[in-house]
Design a binder for this molecule. Sequence first.
Ligand code: ADP
Ligand code: MG
Length: 271
Amino acid sequence: MTSTMNTTASAADATNSGAAVPIMLTELRLPTIKRLWADLAAQSNREGWPAERLLHTLLGHEMAERETRRLARARADSGLPPGKSLAEFDFAAVPAVSKAHVMALAEADSWISQGHNLLAFGPPGTGKTHLLAGIGHALIDRGLKVLFMRTSELVQRLQAARRDLRLPAELAKLDRFDLIVLDDLSYARRDQAETSVLFELIAERYERKSIAITANAPFSAWDEVFPDKAMTVAAVDRLVHHSTILEMNVDSYRRRAALPARRQRSATPTQ
Ligand code: ADP
Ligand code: MG
């Protein structure tokens, strides 16, 4: 009799607490557990799981989905071009670039923690942006924070900050990124005030936080980028001091990719 009453009471308790669970999970911001708990609890009851197993399973799902959301957010915040991953990069097209070396950089061996830089040079269309974006994506997968921007855009942003007397605050904000990829350095406008903010970014991050740069022009042409020779020398000096340089002096990938198709088309009538 007593035991029957207890059973009834605990069944009622379970029903009551079951009703409260979704509200509590919302309050605690545990959306994955909220979605899965009822099915997993039923399975657990059916299969007689120890309580630890149910708890462990639910928490494991919540943590995994939280990590997935965090990565998606970091990728969206990074501004990295989607789809330009290392898996999609054809290393055979740039024999001078070692795949093993790039893969080591993508694993964040030690260059990121030491604030070393990465510079990719070559004519347009040789895969500089794709390669550095691919490294950026890989670093995000490893939990690092990456910002990818066209150099001209970042220069404008810093210049606006300087006008409003908040350049130091803006530089400090950029400090949360382990790596800043400046795409197309050579397209920065040659304007005294604008390009000196770029120098300030380089000087600010020197030996602390990494910068990666893509550029069409070799250093000898960087007088076009910075306002005067002294600043060019100082900028190049800081960028190169601890750096990896990838020389991508090959034919345009797009042009080469188009070639076989064209050959095929022109070959067709003679066959
Ligand atoms: P760059 O920045 O040197 O001008 P991009 O990285 O923009 O060149 O490359 C131009 C196009 O060709 C992009 O669509 C890029 O994905 C593709 N591409 C270039 N090199 C490669 C490569 N080695 N493997 C795969 N795709 C490539
Ligand atoms: Mg590019």
